[in-house]
Design a protein around this ligand. Structure first.
Ligand code: NCD
Ligand code: ZN
Length: 335
């Protein structure tokens, strides 16, 4: 049994820098045609020049893969810099609330401040898409829900701004998608395949610790239903976020699941298990093409077969663990 996916897209990906970038990039650049690449590097990609330089660096390392680097939203952006970004092909802005996650110390302190609203209005007029890490600073399991008032305000104030609620994790967020025509979401593999038990129900699993936190079985089920029918307002965004063992196995464990090596095998396994393989193409590509208005992507046809893959447990001499967090019954067919 086989399935062929055309132009798979990962609409939320962390590729990091230096040796880590070189080590993780092939897992995404080989099977995926394009990916939205997040700007939360050690030095955030807060200017068009920084974002473009990083985009070019990735493109040079992976010629048949289109990196779509998001610009890190900050209050130093203005009409001229946003216009420059747009002219040079950047079209995504990433909103990190200050201190919400990895490398967000330079994130936005007050999203609804007059300055930010001015920047967002410029972004709306220039046709940017706003990707949002939608979490408050409150109790960890309620953060996405507590962020809803901000989403309501943004969606109502900027009706022509496409807003993406990244890595949707809480079933109570689904109603927002129905309410606002300009609101969309990405869904990760780990939030579809796992719930909080996988992280903390037995021995603690640091490689499954991420922001937003995995939630209840009911949340997982509700998100999975959206994905399995490829709801028109969701696209796949893995949020694959590698951290070296040293920052995972320490007194303080960095947030992020390195899922890139498992993604297409995991998605096929999950969709097959629920008899939904016919909707996988929409979930992993067609929806995103439409929502983000993508064209001119490197053409890729990826065939998977129903056989267990053979994935390593780690790379980089054991420094980067690959968490085998779900059974994998499909593998990418080699040519
Ligand atoms: C991401 C990272 O490490 O960059 N971590 C995570 O837990 N998802 C950042 C993010 O998307 O929140
Ligand atoms: Zn992320």
């Amino acid at each position: 049994m086989q399935i062929t996916l055309n132009n798979p897209l990962d609409m939320h990906l962390h590729l990091r820098e230096g040796d880590l970038l070189k080590a993780v990039l092939p897992f995404s650049a080989t099977p995926f045609s394009a990916a939205v690449v997040m700007p939360n590097l050690n030095t955030p990609l807060s200017t068009p020049a920084l974002a473009l330089e990083y985009q070019e660096q990735i493109a040079a390392l992976a010629p048949h893969f289109k990196p779509l680097v998001a610009l890190y939203l900050n209050d130093q952006l203005n009409k001229a810099s946003l216009q420059e970004a747009k002219d040079k092909g950047l079209f995504l802005l990433k909103l990190y609330p200050k201190n919400a996650t990895t490398n967000s110390a330079q994130g936005v302190r007050d999203i609804l401040s007059p300055r930010m609203l001015e920047i967002l209005e410029i972004a709306e007029n220039l046709g940017f898409i706003l990707c949002v890490h939608a979490e408050s600073a409150g109790f960890v399991l309620e953060r996405e829900f507590e962020f809803h008032p901000t989403i309501h305000t943004l969606a109502k104030t900027f009706k022509n701004l496409k807003i993406i609620l990244e890595h949707m994790s809480d079933k109570r967020s689904i109603a927002l998608l129905e309410q606002y025509p300009n609101l969309y979401a990405t869904l990760t593999l780990h939030h579809l395949a796992l719930n909080l038990d996988a992280l903390a129900g037995g021995t603690l699993a640091p490689h499954l610790f991420c922001k937003p936190l995995l939630k209840t079985p009911k949340d997982q089920q509700a998100l999975l239903e959206l994905a399995l029918k490829a709801h028109a307002k969701v696209s796949f965004g893995s949020d694959s976020a590698p951290h070296l063992v040293g920052s995972k196995h320490a007194c303080s464990c960095a947030a992020g699941v390195f899922s890139a090596p498992l993604l297409l095998s995991g998605l096929c396994t999950l969709f097959d298990k629920h008899n939904a393989l016919e909707h996988l193409q929409n979930f992993v590509s067609t929806n995103a093409m439409r929502i983000y208005g993508l064209k001119d992507l490197p053409q890729k046809s990826i065939t998977l077969e129903r056989k267990p893959p053979n994935l390593p447990n780690s790379i980089l001499n054991g420094q980067l663990i690959i968490p085998h967090f779900m059974p994998l019954e499909w593998r990418i067919k080699s040519h």
